[in-house]
Design a binder for this molecule. Structure first.
Ligand SMILES: NC(=O)c1ccc[n+]([C@@H]2O[C@H](COP(=O)([O-])OP(=O)(O)OC[C@H]3O[C@@H](n4cnc5c(N)ncnc54)[C@H](O)[C@@H]3O)[C@@H](O)[C@H]2O)c1
Length: 315
C-alpha cells in the first residue's frame, strides 16, 4: 500500500552516544516554537528525548520529522496532571507565551505555571533529575531599571491583563528555588527575552510575526502606542545554545538569555518593511495596557557563567 511504502522513513543523522553519555531528556512544551528547536538539537546530539505537550499552541508537525525514531517519544498530556516517567533532565517550557494565548484563559495559564511547575519539580525530586525552568523577561514587568540585570526584582502589575503570565512565571521561579532549598532539587532558571525564528506562530500578536505578516500581505503596519517603546530580539538558535549551556553549568541563579541590541518598535517596523521590500504605510494605534516601555537584557551573567552571547545578527 502507498501508506506503508513510506516505511522505513529516513531521519536526520543523529550522533551515536554510549550508554554512559546518553541522557533521557524530557521537554515539556516540546511541540511549540522554542521547544521543537531544542528537541532538534538534543536529538541530533544523540540523546533520548521525550516531549510532553497538550497541543494548546504547539503542533505535531513541529516534531513530526522525529516521529518513529527510536530515541524520540511524544506524549499528549497536560502538565497540570502529574507525570510518572524516568528522566535525567527536564526542560520545562510548557506554557502559552504570547499575550493572546496566555490571556485566552488566564486561570489555565496560572494553573500551567503553578500546578504544572510543581508537577515537574516533583518529578525532578522523585527521579533525581535536573530541571531547567523557562522563565521570561516579563518577570521584570514594565522595568524602571535599564537594561535589566537578574538582580532587578521587577515592576509587575499583579492584577493587570498580563498578570496571569507575569505572576505565573514569578511563582514558577519561587517554586523552583523553594524545591532547590528544601528538597535539594537541582534547578536552573532561564529568563528568556523576545525570540524569533521558524515555526513561531503567525497572527499571535507578537511583534515580529505581526509586522512580517502585515508587510507580506501589503497591509498597513500597525504600531501600538507612540512606537518609542523598545524591544530586543534573539534568534532561536542562540536561545537553544543558551538553554543547553545553562542546563550543563553549575550556576544556579536565574540567567537572562536575550539579545541586547535594542530597537524602538517604530524603527523595527521600518526595518521589516524594508527587508520585505513593501511600501506599506505605518499606522500608530491605541497603546496596549501595561505594555513594557523598555526591554533589553543585561547579559553579563550569561557571558561570565555560560560563556554565551548571541551570534545571529538581526539583519
Ligand atoms: N518565544 C519567546 O519569545 C519567549 C520569551 C520568553 C519566554 N518564553 C518561554 O519559553 C517557553 C516556550 O515558548 P514558545 O515561544 O515556544 O511558546 P509556544 O506557545 O510555541 O510553546 C509552548 C508549548 O507549551 C505547550 N503547552 C502549553 N500549556 C501546556 C500544558 N498545560 N500542558 C502541556 N503543554 C502545554 C503548548 O502546546 C506549546 O507546544 C514558554 O514557557 C514561554 O513562556 C518564550
Amino acid at each position: 500500500m502507498a501508506l506503508e511504502a513510506r516505511i522505513p522513513r529516513a531521519f536526520p543523522n543523529v550522533k551515536f552516544l554510549s550508554y554512559h553519555s546518553k541522557k533521557r531528556i524530557l521537554v515539556t512544551g516540546g511541540a511549540g516554537f522554542v521547544g521543537s528547536h531544542l528537541v532538534d538539537r538534543l536529538m541530533l546530539q544523540g540523546h533520548e528525548v521525550i516531549v510532553v505537550d497538550n497541543f494548546f499552541t504547539g503542533r505535531k508537525r513541529n516534531v513530526e520529522h522525529w516521529s518513529g525514531h527510536e530515541n524520540f517519544e511524544l506524549i499528549h498530556q497536560d502538565i497540570v496532571n502529574p507525570l510518572f516517567i524516568e528522566v535525567d533532565e527536564i526542560y520545562h517550557l510548557a506554557s502559552p507565551a504570547s499575550p493572546p494565548h496566555y490571556m485566552y484563559n488566564p486561570v489555565k495559564t496560572i494553573k500551567t505555571n503553578t500546578i504544572g511547575t510543581i508537577n515537574m519539580l516533583g518529578l525532578a525530586k522523585r527521579v533525581g533529575a535536573r530541571v531547567l525552568i523557562a522563565s521570561t523577561s516579563e518577570v521584570y514587568g514594565d522595568p524602571e531599571v535599564h537594561p535589566q540585570p537578574e538582580t532587578y526584582w521587577g515592576h509587575v502589575n499583579p492584577i493587570g491583563p498580563r498578570a496571569c503570565y507575569d505572576e505565573g512565571k514569578r511563582v514558577s521561579e519561587t517554586l523552583s528555588y523553594a524545591y532547590a532549598k528544601h528538597e535539594k532539587v537541582s534547578v536552573r532558571v532561564a529568563r528568556i527575552f523576545n525570540t524569533y525564528g521558524p515555526r513561531m506562530h503567525m497572527d499571535d500578536g507578537r511583534v515580529v510575526s505581526n509586522f512580517i505578516l502585515q508587510a507580506l500581505r501589503n497591509e498597513t503596519i500597525t504600531v501600538y502606542g507612540h512606537g518609542n517603546q523598545t524591544r530586543s530580539f534573539q534568534y532561536v538558535s542562540d536561545l537553544v545554545d543558551g538553554l543547553i549551556a545553562l542546563m550543563a553549568c553549575n550556576y544556579t541563579q536565574p540567567i537572562n538569555l536575550g539579545n541586547p541590541i535594542e530597537y524602538s518598535i517604530e524603527e523595527f517596523a521600518l526595518i521589516i518593511r524594508n527587508l520585505v521590500g513593501g511600501k506599506n504605510s505605518i499606522k500608530k494605534t491605541k497603546a496596549v495596557e501595561d505594555d513594557p516601555q523598555r526591554r533589553k537584557p543585561d547579559i553579563s551573567r550569561a557571558k561570565l557563567y555560560l560563556n554565551w552571547e548571541p551570534k545571529v545578527r538581526f539583519y
